[in-house]
Write a protein of this length. Structure first.
Length: 101
């Protein structure tokens, strides 16, 4: 999923993920490419993620922190496998799988 979840607030994101998880097999991976808002706030750092978050608020979207992604994954039965950094600043790829018992 590339730049999809940031277009929506968490309840809609949870619905999207809940509809995706049943289609996944035990070895499936869901890779989510999105921007992560740094926590704590990086004063003097890259302002782009914060401006994107502000812009998305005008369109019912929201950039998310790593903690917010992890909480969503937990709620829908996914677990984070790996965070793949990119050369695009705060954009990362979050590799997830169905949570194992």
């Amino acid at each position: 999923m590339r730049h999809i979840l940031h277009d929506f607030y968490n309840p809609v994101c949870l619905e999207i993920l809940r509809n995706t998880v049943p289609a996944m097999g035990p070895d499936s991976r869901l890779v989510i490419c999105d921007m992560i808002i740094p926590q704590p706030v990086e004063v003097g750092g890259n302002a782009h993620p914060y401006w994107m978050d502000f812009a998305l608020m005008l369109m019912t979207g929201k950039e998310k922190t790593m903690k917010e992604f992890e909480e969503m994954f937990e709620e829908v039965g996914l677990e984070l496998v790996k965070v793949w950094p990119s050369e695009m600043g705060a954009t990362v790829m979050l590799e997830t799988r169905v949570k194992r018992a």
